[in-house]
Design a binder for this molecule. Structure first.
Ligand SMILES: Cc1cc2nc3c(=O)[nH]c(=O)nc-3n(C[C@H](O)[C@H](O)[C@H](O)COP(=O)(O)O)c2cc1C
Length: 222
């Protein structure tokens, strides 16, 4: 059995990010009965902080690749290190991950980063996927990517996946009923039309990415 871990860094249940996680999971499970998918919603965990710079992960001879802080995030960090495929999902907030997903990434990646030769290595190699949803249209993605690319690159290098999957939903519908909110600047009609034209394809892309990750995980050496 191979295990894919989806970490959902979005706060909302049943909205855009969660729906793409559902589709990714569906695609992965459909690929093979030998695929198990675990989901963690970071907002469901008791509050945790980002890296506190204790530097315990840099103590000579004690570099375990795992954050030394024992709190509500510890089990999830360990689960990433033991998975066969890793997915991080987040809505885009101010051109980045949510603060909670960012805190999780600090705690995940800093123990992988070696201050000796500045390599970044996770204890285990595995396929990687990112799921993002955002108000911005696709044309704004290059600007947003500038904010994401340093950590995205570090995670890909650490996990040894030169071609991680990117599932991105743009111009998402942010609220179920725009008429109740002061959001006219967003051009709700354009978002609703984009959703009608593209959302099914976004879900299909998430399903396909899930299937591909499952295939990569199954093909990996035990
Ligand atoms: C605090 C906050 C900041 C946001 N910042 C951005 C942003 O910088 N760029 C963007 O495209 N969308 C931004 N959004 C919109 C969300 O990324 C978008 O609506 C997303 O699809 C929400 O995901 P969800 O439906 O899973 O909650 C922001 C939303 C919130 C609440």
């Amino acid at each position: 059995m191979k295990k894919i871990l989806i970490v959902d860094g979005g706060p909302r249940l049943n909205m855009n990010t969660a729906a793409l996680c559902d589709a990714f999971e569906e695609g992965a499970r459909a690929a093979s009965p030998d695929i198990d998918v675990a989901r963690v919603r970071l907002y469901d965990l008791p509050p945790f902080r980002g890296c506190v710079s204790c530097l315990a992960c840099k103590l000579k001879g004690r570099e375990t690749g795992l954050c030394a802080v024992r709190d509500s995030l510890a089990d999830t960090l360990r689960a990433v290190n033991e998975a066969d495929g890793f997915v991080l999902a987040s809505p885009i907030y101010f051109s980045e991950w949510t603060a909670v997903a960012r805190a999780f990434l600090e705690r995940l990646v800093f123990p992988w980063l070696h201050y000796t030769d500045f390599s970044c290595t996770a204890p285990k190699k595995m396929p990687l996927a990112w799921i993002y949803t955002m108000n911005a249209p696709e044309s704004m993605m290059p600007g947003i990517r500038q904010h994401l690319s340093i950590l995205e690159g570090a995670v890909a290098r650490a996990l040894g996946d030169p071609e991680p999957a990117f599932v991105e939903a743009h111009s998402t519908v942010q609220v179920k009923d725009y008429s109740r909110y002061a959001m006219d600047g967003l051009d709700p009609a354009a978002h609703l039309a984009w959703r009608d034209a593209h959302w099914d394809a976004d879900l299909a892309a998430a399903r396909a990415a899930g299937r591909r990750m499952a295939e990569k995980a199954l093909a990996a050496k035990p």
